[in-house]
Design a protein around this ligand. Structure first.
Ligand SMILES: [Mg+2]
Length: 285
């Protein structure tokens, strides 16, 4: 086993002993322990409620209030803070519905120029770790840290914990990390423990992790594909796994082959700088 302190960035081997509850160096309880912590190198960094976090940073008076970023009463919620989420408010929800759930919410208009500027600062911090960065939106990116341990003298997990620690200290913005062995799983992992999370999906646990999950966990499987799969009796990854590769391709075309691979945790796509940014206007998490 390997453990990492997310506060002082100490990295230590714990052998077969139970994971320490506190960091032996700084006594912080923010310890992450995983058998593959030294080797996994594909990560997804996702800021927590990005637009709302920038607004709270710049307006400390909103800090303890439910905050919604979005356009007017006829518009939709672009992002909401975690306090508003507790009340049931969600991204893309019509504003009137959000205000019914949370009438005391502070509503502010998005300041895109500001979010773009913060995004650039985060990007620069990521660039210091690796040239292999694939931004997915203003507030999230995939990073391939393979081979960077030699350059930086620390495993990828340490660099990633340092990245979010520095983002919080220098920019006042928190983020969550997903660390795994491919893009598909790294993206899933970052969502498991938000906000300020750091989740790991190792090679050894990939199958057990995936099997009970809904097919909707697969990137790109939206409502339409889900309905199509449901017609074939496929609801979970385990259901998908019972299908032969050829049968899946015959029934679902090129998507079928993709589903066959992803349901096995296989994803050979490389983290690529040239991938177009999919969205800059919707900030989901
Ligand atoms: Mg986000």
């Amino acid at each position: 086993m390997f453990s990492l302190c997310r506060v002082c960035l100490s990295f230590f081997e714990t052998g077969a002993a139970p994971a320490p509850k506190r960091c032996p160096a700084c006594r912080s309880p923010r310890i992450l322990t995983h058998p593959e912590l030294k080797t996994l190198s594909i990560a997804h960094m996702d800021c927590d409620a990005f637009y709302a976090s920038v607004e709270k940073r710049d307006h400390p008076e909103y800090r303890d209030l439910p905050l919604i970023v979005g356009g007017g009463t006829r518009g939709v919620v672009s992002t909401c803070c975690y306090i508003a989420r507790i009340k049931g408010v969600r991204s893309a929800m019509p504003m009137f519905q959000a205000l019914k759930l949370c009438p005391e919410a502070v509503v502010v208009k998005p300041r895109m120029a500001e979010y773009v500027a913060v995004s650039r600062e985060i990007r620069a911090m990521m660039e210091a770790l690796t040239p292999s960065i694939e931004p997915l939106s203003l507030d999230e990116a995939l990073l391939d840290l393979t081979g960077t341990a030699r350059l930086h003298g620390a495993p990828p997990a340490v660099l990633l914990a340092g990245l979010v620690r520095d983002m919080e200290a220098k920019l006042g913005i928190t983020g969550s990390i997903g660390l795994s062995h491919n893009k598909f799983l790294a993206k899933i992992a970052s969502d498991l423990d938000k906000p300020r999370g750091f989740s790991v999906i190792g090679v050894a646990e990939t199958e057990a992790f995936l099997l009970p999950k809904s097919v909707s966990i697969i990137w790109g499987v939206g409502a339409a594909t889900r309905a199509q799969l449901e017609k074939a009796g496929i609801r979970t990854i385990a259901d998908l796994r019972r299908w032969d590769r050829v049968d899946l391709s015959v029934r679902f075309g090129s998507m079928g082959d993709r589903l066959w691979h992803l349901s096995r945790g296989l994803d050979t796509r490389r983290v690529s700088r040239d991938e177009p940014v999919k969205s800059i206007s919707v900030d989901c998490h």
